[in-house]
Design a protein around this ligand. Structure first.
Ligand code: ATP
Ligand code: MG
Length: 635
């Protein structure tokens, strides 16, 4: 089937999903073929590749042993410890077998859950793949979370084993994991029987609870020659649980299937990310997030690529470190986030010039809105194609993106492009539920069935799945809770979250639009806009700005000058109605651990309320900044 054009292939994927996906399914190895491509007899639940049996680990690792046994599969780089280790597919296979044997000896089998609470080290990936090999379900908990978040995820999963390390490192500082684990296990109602610890030798006072806590190196030694059979599982067997960022509320436990996910990722590697076997991919996310699951671990390995797992920050030892890695490993595809690029933007521009990054074909950015100045800045500096892609933990892979592997369409900065094949995207009017016209704002929804790779349900809570995602718009569609508009050429623009709308005297304004306007000013590094309750107008706009040059807002005169200039910028771009009532200058904005703005907490503080659930907050100092700025509003 020739994919003639983007329009044709997208149309085929929507009108004849069975035909489209049956062909894509050939990208992975099935032990037993599927009898049906899709079972949508119980909407909104979709089952893909019914009766087909497969295994994620086999497809990511074993399958490559014949063709590329000595090619690096994984390169582990830590600028925190100075360690740099490469694992060929053959070595990765051996390590995964050892780890699977260790887990199996602890009673982990098909359907059993394993919590992986790990820093960015290779063993974290061995453990994920080992779970997949055994048909066990992993729940990776971001290593930066503290005991409470860990405990709630333990209770949700009821794991057999918790896999962890003595410590992680960030910015040169050790973060001891074990005391956090101990505390979490005290808080949890359903603690695991055993805790397996990778001792990196960072925590000199590592305490072990006899009978419960086990040393990974010792267990691994016992299974050096292990060969663990692959557990073939039915396509919809859960591969993992992963929680959303919790930007808007209580994190939801996304449950992913096996076969649909493998097919979706393998397809995305060709059509979206352009990853060929043998190429090197560098995804700077963390394995605790969906981008890490899909594009540090499973996607590149399914494609037979080399994947880099990086422990460290983008600015240590200096802001050239990522480009040094690109040069050294001839990275071809890179995946990062707008937040990280904005961090680099505040650094010495010379760092971007120091290395030869000509191997790099494209830089993919996702996770939050990519403002045009940031996109242009990095694209010009590196001379690479910058591709914004829009998706959610729930979908597991992009909903909107350029799809250069199908047809390289012209790019528009500020837009993540067009709907990805398989996603039947609509924009609906919030009140009427009717499709909106071009250029009008609507809620982005997906007409089910959701394509392969998307969440099958909320772990342990089918009712929450239906209620959360399918209860708006007469139960007919999956709601993304994001605003978007589409232009006459069919490009989409994300305008922010549906609960981030400000209503000023009856005018509905997206926080994102105002943020875009403010960040187009050269003096602005980052900005957050929230609506604050106002007796007269319903809501007024408050903006929190991180200046590019801290010295420019060090005194009242500087702040007033920049504030005035920013007000004028908003007036000019959006009109006076969108003008912030107040602009506050801060050094840092409150974000989730995954780098997303915590607008709900900023808004709560601005309205004198409790900032709410802060378990996902990255740096408490940032909330303090907001608090201080609100206390001293004078210029
Ligand atoms: P929660 O659902 O728990 O509140 P969250 O939505 O932040 O948390 P994620 O699944 O990590 O959890 O984030 C997905 C959201 O991130 C999207 O719904 C969208 O709001 C935003 N997002 C992701 N990529 C982009 C992008 N390219 N452009 C604009 N927004 C994006
Ligand atoms: Mg969300």
């Amino acid at each position: 089937m020739p994919q003639a054009s983007y329009a044709d292939s997208h149309r085929l994927s929507i009108e004849q999903p069975e035909v489209f996906w049956a062909e894509q399914a050939q990208r992975i190895v099935w032990q037993q073929p599927f009898s049906r491509v899709l079972d949508f007899s119980q909407p909104p639940f979709a089952r893909w590749f019914v009766d087909g049996t497969t295994n994620l680990c086999f497809n990511a690792v074993d399958r490559h042993l014949l063709q590329r046994p000595d090619q690096p599969a994984l390169v582990y780089i830590s600028t925190e410890t100075g360690q740099e280790t490469s694992y060929s597919y053959r070595q990765l296979h051996a390590e995964v077998n050892r780890c699977a044997a260790v887990l199996r000896a602890q009673g982990v089998g098909k359907g059993e859950r394993v919590i992986i609470y790990m820093p960015m080290i290779a063993e974290a990936i061995f453990a994920m793949l080992a779970c997949a090999r055994l048909g066990a379900i992993h729940s990776v908990v971001f290593g930066g979370f503290a005991s409470h978040s860990l405990a709630s995820r333990i209770d949700d999963a009821r794991p057999k084993v918790l896999f962890t390390a003595d410590a992680g490192m960030r910015g040169g500082k050790a973060i001891h994991y074990k005391p956090l684990v101990d505390e979490a296990l005290k808080l949890a109602q359903h603690p695991p029987q055993s805790v397996i610890i990778v001792d990196r030798g960072i925590d000199q006072n590592l305490q072990r609870v006899p009978g419960r806590d086990l040393d990974y190196a010792t267990l691994r030694e016992q299974h050096l020659q292990a060969s663990v059979d692959v557990e073939w599982v039915e396509s919809s067997h859960p591969s993992y649980i992963l929680y959303t960022s919790g930007t808007t509320g209580k994190p939801k436990g996304v449950q992913r299937d096996t076969g649909g996910y493998a097919v979706a990722l393998a397809t995305s590697m060709q059509y979206i990310y352009g990853g060929q076997a043998g190429d090197c991919m560098f995804t700077t996310s963390d394995i605790g997030w969906v981008v890490g699951h899909s594009y540090i671990v499973y996607g590149p390995l399914l494609a037979g690529m080399t994947s880099i797992i990086y422990e460290g920050t983008p600015v240590r030892p200096d802001a050239a470190i990522w480009w040094k890695i690109v040069e050294q490993y001839q990275v071809r595809v890179m995946f990062s986030s707008p937040t990280a690029i904005r961090v680099l933007k505040k650094q010495d521009p010379a760092c971007l010039m120091r290395h030869d990054v000509s191997s790099l074909k494209s830089l993919y950015l996702a996770g939050e809105p990519l403002d045009e100045p940031t996109a242009r800045w990095i694209s010009d500096a590196l001379r690479v194609d910058v591709i914004d892609n829009y998706w959610q933990t729930e979908t597991g892979w992009p909903i909107l993106s350029a799809q250069p592997g199908i047809e390289p369409l012209p790019k528009k900065f500020g837009s993540p492009g067009k709907p990805v094949y398989g996603f039947n995207v609509k924009l609906l009017h919030e009140a009427s539920g009717e499709p909106v016209a071009d250029e009008e704002k609507g809620v982005l929804v997906i007409k089910p069935p959701l394509p392969p790779g998307c969440l099958s349900t909320v772990w342990g809570d089918d009712a929450r799945f239906v209620k959360t995602y399918f209860s708006n718009f007469h139960q007919q569609v999956y709601s993304s809770f994001d605003w978007a508009r589409r232009d006459a050429d069919g490009y989409y623009f994300i305008l922010g979250r549906a609960d981030d709308v400000i209503n000023v005297a009856g005018h509905r304004l997206g926080t994102r639009e105002i943020e875009e306007a403010l960040s187009s000013h050269a003096g602005v590094a980052e900005v957050a806009v929230v609506g604050v309750a106002d007796e007269l107008k319903g809501q007024v706009v408050a903006a929190f700005v991180v200046a590019k040059d801290a010295a420019s807002v060090a005194d009242a005169t500087g702040r007033q000058a920049l504030e005035k200039a920013l007000m004028a910028t908003v007036d000019q771009q959006l009109g006076a109605i969108a003008r912030p009532a107040k602009i506050h200058f801060v050094a840092l904005l409150p974000k989730t651990r995954s780098g997303k703005l915590l607008r709900r907490s900023i808004q709560a503080l601005a309205e004198g309320r409790d900032p709410g659930d802060l378990t996902t907050l990255d740096d408490p100092g940032a909330l303090e900044q907001v608090r201080q700025a609100l206390l001293n509003p004078a210029g």
